[in-house]
Design a protein around this ligand. Sequence first.
Ligand code: B12
Length: 221
Amino acid sequence: MTNDELLRQLYDLTLVGNGPAVLELTTTGLTAGLGPETLLYEALIPALEEVGARFERGDFFVPEMLIAGKAMAGALDVLRPLLAETGAESIGTVVMGTVKGDVHDIGKNLVNIMFEGAGFKVIDLGVQVPPERFVEAIVEHRPDIVGFSAFLTTTMPMFKANINALNKAGLRDQVAVMVGGAPVTQEYADVVGADGYASDASAAVVRAKELIAARRAAVSA
Ligand code: B12
């Protein structure tokens, strides 16, 4: 099988949510010398995008989304140590969570993996995280960055609710707020008053480093 055929098969099998075959093919791909990023960005993520498109058209339903998501999550478990390979000292702390009312966690988990890979300490609060839980975690861990993930237009307003909770707790200027998730845009991030937005995990790392550098420069000025 050529690498292109392997990526095509991985895409097809993720699309239909064949977890065991996705796992096997991910391992085969790595053995054949394909990088973890190639497997992610050229097969796994495009497959989930197609799942979403089919769901929107009414060709797929929630069970299909669920098994495709599970297949992707299984592959991520294999890719995680390779994406997060680092011996570096921590360059900052990030508290991350999917907002209240939202159970999508694959995108958030991918961001966490890339953050860890870049040398951040990540505290993952999981999914359906209410504003008060973010506040507690910020008080406890004193992170440089708090990240809110949302995948539904109906849960995106929780960004604003979370920021209001930080303001109320007097924590807003102690932490940089980053937001993201499939329906989120830079414009929306600006409207809710977030400090940073990124459309994917690699961009999230770049933006997080910029935010930390800016905050440290402001403190020492
Ligand atoms: C898998 C999936 C599910 C699974 C989730 C499994 C899981 N454990 O996550 C299940 C089946 C549970 C599910 C449920 C539902 N889903 Co759903 N789901 C999806 C699907 C197909 C893939 C999402 C995904 O994981 N993508 C892969 C990752 C890697 O996505 P990504 O966006 O590239 O992630 C990057 C960025 O967003 C960014 N990022 C993410 N978070 C953050 C955070 C920060 C701080 C930063 C900086 C960056 C960042 O970095 C990530 C990594 O590169 C999407 C389709 C889509 N196109 O998104 C629909 C989709 C998100 N779901 C949708 C819907 C409607 C639902 C349901 C309401 C369906 C229903 N009727 O019940 C429920 C809601 C449940 C709930 N309360 O949350 C809609 C949302 C529409 C909308 N605009 O609101 C979508 C878009 C499908 C569609 N096209 O209609 N879903």
